[in-house]
Design a binder for this molecule. Structure first.
Ligand code: MG
Length: 388
């Protein structure tokens, strides 16, 4: 049993949306296929993944460093103790062979994307949906069949009016969603508060709305926004500043009573460990949003859970960033708080697959083996081309 090929391709996101700091017009993502020599129904089994949203493609490192190491390894060294499946931990160690400690952000995304594709392959070989495999190995077998989900919406776009925002929220509500996250920080505090009020007029209670400032504030502006939004009692206040600005986070944790959220820009579990040690995050309310393909994959996410637990955070505090099937399986199989969703934002990468029904703010887990990209037609057409 061996991995025979690792293939990647850059795909443009093609969206006109913006958050507070940048438009997404130039953004790309990398789609990866990890091909095995395990034959099912006459064809080799293949694991797939892509590297989340709002970042850039990462193919060079996969081509030049990670894939050659894995393909050159002795095949048996990448197998688990049974010899009947691949061991994602062994593949990770091999992919990171000869890399130094530190500088993790340089390689967390290419390695994370390959790692998630390896987990897809492992679950397919085991003939299980990924959430079931993860639950059996790391959650005492418990799966949450319906996962709490929320829409990453309320973006900025040119010419947007309050009515546009309300119409978007009506659309999400009629699709079965009950909570959304919106972008803030791209306009003045007063203008953003008007946007918040427009959205709340449809979504109802402040607990149904989170705001995401996409790291756009300095220390003073972060605190000023905190003061302005406090009366709305929102679900959470996400990334007012860079996650490395511990002084600002600590001040916010003192000044702002509502939940804070961050993590999508962290590279690894060690970075989260430092953050939770020094940034004043509160285990009884704050939210951790590390995104597996952006942070050394599912293999590293298991360490992330250990770090969070060490600091008193339960799995319900974990909301993996990136609305896609990869995070949905993690949330369902590991008992996490919720999964994001981008139902119509990112072209072929939008939404989940055709097995996932949304109702009353929850997503039903897919039952196809692996992650189930095969039942997300637009995206699977691109993935399948990789190995054609
Ligand atoms: Mg965010």
């Amino acid at each position: 049993m061996r991995i025979t090929r690792i293939v990647e391709r850059s795909v443009p996101l093609r969206t006109g949306l913006s958050n507070a700091r940048s438009d997404f017009s130039q953004m790309t993502t990398t789609v990866v296929a990890v091909v095995s020599d395990v034959i099912r129904e006459g064809k080799p089994l293949v694991g797939y993944a892509f590297n989340s949203f709002g970042r850039y493609a990462c193919g060079e490192q996969i081509r030049d460093r990670i894939a050659p190491r894995i393909l050159a390894a002795k095949p048996d060294s990448l197998l688990d103790a049974t010899g009947s499946n691949f061991d994602p931990l062994a593949v990770m160690a091999c992919g990171q062979h000869r890399e130094r400690r530190g500088g993790y952000a340089e390689r967390c995304i290419p390695m994370g994307t390959v790692d998630v594709a390896v987990w897809d392959l492992v679950a397919k070989i085991a003939e299980q949906p990924l959430h079931r495999l993860l639950a059996d190995r790391y959650n005492g077998g418990a799966v949450q069949a319906r996962v709490s989900t929320y829409v990453g919406g309320g973006w900025y776009f040119p010419g947007q009016t309050a009515d546009d925002l309300k119409a978007e929220m009506e659309r999400h509500r009629s699709a079965g969603y009950r909570m959304v996250k919106m972008k803030v920080g791209g306009l003045s505090v007063a203008e953003d508060c008007k946007r918040i009020e427009a959205i709340l007029s449809v979504m109802g209670d402040g607990a149904n709305l989170a705001v995401d400032a996409s790291c756009s504030f300095d220390h003073e502006a972060a605190l000023e926004y905190a003061k302005a939004i406090a009366p709305y009692r929102l679900r959470w206040y996400e990334e007012p500043c860079d996650s490395l600005e511990y002084r600002t986070w600590s001040a916010l944790a003192q000044a702002y009573g509502g939940p804070l959220a961050t993590g999508e820009n962290m590279a690894c579990a060690l970075e989260l460990d430092h953050f939770l040690t020094y940034a004043g995050f509160r285990a009884d309310r704050d939210i951790i949003q590390i995104d597996p393909p952006l942070a050394f994959g599912i293999t590293e996410y298991l360490k992330v859970l250990d770090v969070a637990q060490k600091h008193g955070f339960s799995r319900r505090s974990m909301y993996p960033h990136g609305g896609n099937l990869m995070c949905l399986h993690l949330a369902g199989g590991l008992g996490l708080g919720a999964c994001e969703s981008y139902p119509d934002t990112f072209g072929i990468f939008s939404g989940f697959n055709d097995e996932v029904a949304i109702a009353d703010g929850h997503a039903r887990l897919p039952e196809s083996p692996g992650i189930g990209f095969e039942r997300q037609p637009g995206l699977y057409a691109v993935m399948r081309e990789l190995v054609a």
